[in-house]
Design a protein around this ligand. Structure first.
Ligand SMILES: [Zn+2]
Ligand SMILES: [Zn+2]
Ligand SMILES: [Zn+2]
Ligand SMILES: [Zn+2]
Ligand SMILES: [Zn+2]
Length: 451
C-alpha cells in the first residue's frame, strides 16, 4: 500500500501506515495525510465522515483509502450513538425514550464529559477488545469549539500553532486567550511527540540511559537519581528528552519512595503496581533501573495488576552487570482487578497506584472498581504510594482513601513529585472554569498512606 504524503512528512512505508491508524489521531487533520486543510481565513476545509462525524479527510480519495481501517469503528459508533438516543458526538437528542442519563445531554462541561466517556465505554464493551489509541482519541478528542463544545464543523477555526483546539467564533477564541496562550506551546509539543514517535516507529526504541556504574556502591543512589533526573530536564527542548521524563518517572518515583520509607537497605523487595497499564508496561526495560539504583537488592519482585496489563509484551533483559550480580528477579503480571488478584501468600513492601484517578469514575457514574480495591489494598498492611495528574486530583484521591478506610495514616502529604513526567498530555475532560489548564503531566503529585 502506497503511503500518501502530507505536509512535513514523507510517505510512510506500509507497516508504519498501519501503525499510524492505530496510534495517531488528531481530529483537526486528515486521518491519512495530516493536512489540516486550512482556508486563507483559517477555516477548516476538512470533510467529516457522514457515518460517525468523528473523523475527517482532506478529500474523497483519502476517505476511500482509509475506509478499510475505519469501517468497523464507524459502524460501531453509529450503532452506539443510535442506542444512546443521539445522532452526533455533541449529543443532540433525537428521542426522549431514554429517561436515564439525562445528565449526559446537559450543555455544560460535565454533561459533555459524561457523554463522551459513556460513548467510549459502550463502544469498547461492544467491540470486545480495548480500543487503539487512535480509536480512543476519536471519541475523547472530537473536533469542537474549545469554549462551547459546538461541533458545527463549518464554523470551526483551528489554532494553526498547536492544531489541538478549535473555536466556533472570534469571541470564543478571545475568551480562551489567557488559558490557551499558556497551553498552546505545550499542546504543540503533544502533537509533535505523537507524530515523531510514530515516525521513529518502535515505541521502545528510545535508549534508557543510566547504566550501572562501577562506583554505584560508593555513591548515594538517591543523589545519583537526582543527577540523572537533572540530566533529563536539561533536554526538555527535545522530543526524546520529554519522552524520557515520562518513561523514567515511574522507576525514579518508586526508588525515591523506597528511600523515604527507609526500605532502601532491604535485601528483598516486593512492589505491587495496581491499575497498571501503558504507563507501567511500555518501555518495560526501564524497570531494570530499580536494580541499578537499589544496589543492595538480592531479590526483587515486581507485580503488575490491572485490566490493561495483558495488552503489553513485557520482557526484562538485564545488562551484564545485573546478570553478574545474580539478583533473583521475578515479574508477575495479572489482568485481574487487584481485589480479585490478591495473593495472600505474597507480602508486598510497597503498593503503588500511578496516576490513580480514584475519584474519576465516581464523577462519570461509570462502574467504580476502586471502591472495592482501596480497602483491600490498605488491608495489606504496607505503604501505598499514589500519584495523580494535579494537586486537586491528589487531594481528592487522598480524601477518597480516607473516606473508604478508617484511621488511615498519612505518611507523606499530597505534594509535588520532584520526579514527575514533563511530557505534556492534553486533557480530554472539559471544565466550565476556563482557568483550569488543559495540559497535564503524569505522576505530577503524590502522597503515601498506610493503615
Ligand atoms: Zn488527506
Ligand atoms: Zn465514520
Ligand atoms: Zn464556541
Ligand atoms: Zn494553540
Ligand atoms: Zn543492569
Amino acid at each position: 500500500m502506497a503511503g500518501p504524503s502530507g505536509p512535513g512528512s514523507g510517505p510512510l512505508p506500509a507497516d508504519k501506515q498501519s501503525l499510524k491508524h492505530l496510534a495517531f489521531f488528531y481530529a483537526t487533520v486528515c486521518a491519512v495525510c495530516d493536512d489540516p486543510c486550512l482556508s486563507v481565513d483559517g477555516l477548516s476545509l476538512l470533510k467529516t465522515c457522514g457515518g460517525c462525524h468523528l473523523i475527517s479527510y482532506c478529500g474523497e480519495e483519502h476517505q476511500k483509502q482509509h475506509w478499510k481501517f475505519h469501517k468497523e469503528m464507524c459502524i460501531m459508533l453509529k450503532h452506539t450513538l443510535k442506542k444512546m438516543g443521539a445522532n452526533k458526538i455533541r449529543g443532540y437528542r433525537i428521542n426522549d425514550d431514554l429517561e436515564e442519563r439525562n445528565d449526559m445531554f446537559t450543555e455544560n462541561a460535565f454533561g459533555f464529559n459524561t457523554y463522551r466517556y459513556y460513548l467510549y465505554f459502550n463502544v469498547r464493551k461492544q467491540i470486545r477488545r480495548s480500543l487503539s489509541t487512535a480509536e480512543s482519541r476519536m471519541i475523547l478528542y472530537p473536533r469542537m469549539c474549545n469554549i462551547c463544545y459546538s461541533n458545527d464543523v463549518k464554523q470551526l477555526r483551528v489554532c494553526s500553532k498547536c492544531l489541538c483546539v478549535s473555536y466556533c467564533s472570534e469571541d470564543h477564541k478571545e475568551k480562551d486567550k489567557d488559558r490557551h496562550s499558556k497551553d498552546c506551546p505545550e499542546l504543540k509539543v503533544c502533537f509533535e511527540i505523537d507524530k515523531s514517535l510514530l515516525e521513529a516507529v518502535g515505541f521502545g526504541d528510545i535508549p534508557l540511559s543510566d547504566p550501572m556504574s562501577a562506583d554505584f556502591l560508593q555513591t548515594s543512589c538517591l543523589e545519583k537519581i537526582k543527577k540523572y533526573s537533572e540530566s533529563l530536564l536539561e533536554n526538555l527542548g527535545t522530543i526524546e528528552g520529554r519522552v524520557l521524563t515520562d518513561v523514567m518517572s515511574a522507576p525514579m518515583t518508586i526508588v525515591h519512595t523506597v528511600y523515604s520509607l527507609d526500605l532502601a537497605s532491604n535485601k528483598v523487595l516486593s512492589v505491587e503496581l495496581v491499575g497498571a497499564g501503558g504507563f507501567e508496561m511500555q518501555y518495560f526495560e526501564k524497570w531494570e533501573q530499580l536494580l541499578h539504583w537499589l544496589p543492595g537488592l538480592e531479590k526483587l519482585t515486581l507485580t503488575f495488576v490491572g485490566p490493561d496489563v495483558g495488552d503489553f509484551e513485557s520482557n526484562l533483559k538485564l545488562c551484564g552487570s545485573c546478570i553478574s550480580r545474580n539478583v533473583d528477579l521475578k515479574i508477575v503480571r495479572s489482568s485481574q482487578l487487584y481485589h480479585e488478584f490478591i495473593n495472600v501468600q505474597s507480602r508486598p513492601d510497597l503498593i503503588v497506584a500511578f496516576n490513580a484517578g480514584f475519584t474519576e469514575n465516581i464523577q462519570s457514574k461509570i462502574k467504580d472498581t476502586w471502591k472495592e480495591t482501596i480497602p483491600e489494598i490498605l488491608k495489606r498492611n504496607c505503604p501505598l504510594l499514589v500519584t495523580s495528574y494535579t494537586h486537586k486530583e491528589s487531594k481528592n484521591d487522598l480524601s477518597r482513601v480516607q473516606g473508604l478506610v478508617k484511621d488511615v495514616n498519612v505518611i507523606m502529604e499530597c505534594q509535588k513529585n520532584i520526579f514527575s513526567a514533563s511530557k505534556p498530555l492534553q486533557d480530554w475532560e472539559q471544565h466550565d472554569d476556563e482557568t483550569v489548564p488543559q495540559v497535564y503531566y503524569k505522576n505530577y503529585y503524590l502522597f503515601t498512606v498506610r493503615s
